[in-house]
Design a protein around this ligand. Structure first.
Ligand code: NAP
Length: 355
């Protein structure tokens, strides 16, 4: 652990997967942390973080604030030096009314920025955006590797990609519209698909892809892939974007190499096959995926990306922040092990036929 850092950091959505790891990263580096939760009466979702604070001898407390209400934000940012605005609706399925996720994402981001700007103490907000604010809504990949110069095409985006793109756009507009002599900086971290160990027993939307391979609820492997990144490296990116003077006014794509799902399956099979996990290796033809997508919202969202590698360059984060990401094999191994340790997937014993 490093020495105690000055200044408290507010992390929004403390109960979330990425926010939890950001809080751990900050505590480990000596920061005092305040986390927002929707309701302080329900502390069971953050109990693991209180335990971590004790372990690291750090200071951590929680305040209530919701993205869809002004209440609580002034108190949340009071005396903070930095804000990591991580919270955003990330539902497993598309809601019927897209505003259910777009409004909290956009209005919530503006609430956080307004409170930070008015606090007089916060010097920088680090916003968690998404690669879906970069590459979504395109009929075909338009770049060898997407970079920070690229933006999603709103008119073709699904509601989640739209929520992330509009929220980030709104954040930059807020920063640029600040009066002369402004104090508040913005830096944006743009994760690709985030996998990694769970701090508490809840499978996140992004880790479901590993869960579905390990438990064979996906009995064959679709012709899909992702740029994978580890949640611990995304937490590091947030800290670096917060600390680095260069990061002000910058977006940083943070993702690993593009990995086809059958390569993910191959790594998982090699790692967990000997423990009795029958990871599928057969390929799912497009027609079968199209059919399955009629009943499976996650597959429905993925249909537009079939057979189409979407690569991202993290060179700017590497060069300017000194960021790095761990190997895919390690990410998949640790994610799989965490799902096993939390009891979300179980080995299939001999006698069950492979599909
Ligand atoms: P997560 O585990 O679902 O966390 C989302 C957090 O946001 C939760 O703490 C949730 O609180 C909070 N939240 C949602 N709606 C809220 C509202 N109306 N008011 C207050 N809090 C609200 O998701 P995650 O994977 O950690 O994602 C965190 C951030 O990373 C999001 O901005 C997401 O868009 C971005 N991101 C994620 C990935 C990925 O692969 N996971 C990739 C790129 C970007 P409750 O616990 O109370 O629901």
């Amino acid at each position: 652990m490093s020495s105690t850092q000055s200044g408290t950091v507010l992390v929004t959505g403390a109960s979330g997967f990425i926010a939890g790891h950001c809080i751990e990263e900050l505590l480990r580096h000596g920061y005092a942390v305040r986390g927002t939760v929707r309701d302080v009466a329900h502390t069971e979702k953050v109990a693991h973080l209180t335990a971590l604070a004790t372990e690291y001898g750090g200071r951590l407390n929680f305040v209530a604030a919701r993205l869809d209400s002004d209440e609580g934000w002034a108190e949340a940012v009071a005396d903070c030096a930095f804000v990591l605005h991580v919270a955003s609706p990330n539902p497993p399925a598309v809601p019927l009314d897209e505003d259910e996720i777009i409004r909290p994402a956009v209005d919530g981001t503006l609430r956080v920025l307004r409170a930070a700007a008015e606090s007089g103490t916060v010097s920088r907000v680090v916003l968690t955006s998404s690669s879906l604010a970069v590459n979504a809504g395109r009929p075909a990949p338009t770049a060898d590797s997407y970079t920070e110069d690229d933006w999603s095409l709103i008119e073709n985006c699904d509601p989640y990609a739209k929520s992330k793109t509009l929220a980030e756009r709104a954040a930059w507009k807020f920063i640029h519209d600040q009066p002369e002599g402004r104090r508040l900086d913005l830096a944006v971290v743009i994760p690709t698909l985030v996998l990694g160990p769970l701090q508490r027993p809840e499978v996140t939307t992004s880790n479901e892809v590993v869960q579905r391979l390990l438990d064979r609820s996906m009995p064959a492997v679709p012709n899909l892939g992702f740029s994978l990144v580890d949640v611990r490296d995304i937490a590091l990116a947030h800290r670096l974007a917060m600390e680095s003077p260069k990061a002000a006014g910058n977006r940083y794509v943070c993702g690993g190499p593009y990995t086809w799902m059958w390569d993910m399956a191959r790594v998982l099979a090699a790692e967990f096959g000997p423990e009795g996990f029958r990871v599928p290796t057969r390929r799912l033809p497009y027609w079968a995926m199209w059919l399955a997508a009629r009943f499976d919202p996650a597959l429905r969202l993925a249909l537009g990306y079939v057979g189409r590698p979407e690569r991202f360059s993290s060179q700017k984060a590497i060069d300017e922040l000194g960021w790095s990401t761990r190997p895919i094999e390690e990410i998949l191994r640790d994610t799989g092990q965490s799902l096993i340790d939390h009891g979300f997937v179980h080995p299939r014993r001999a006698g069950r036929a492979d599909l």
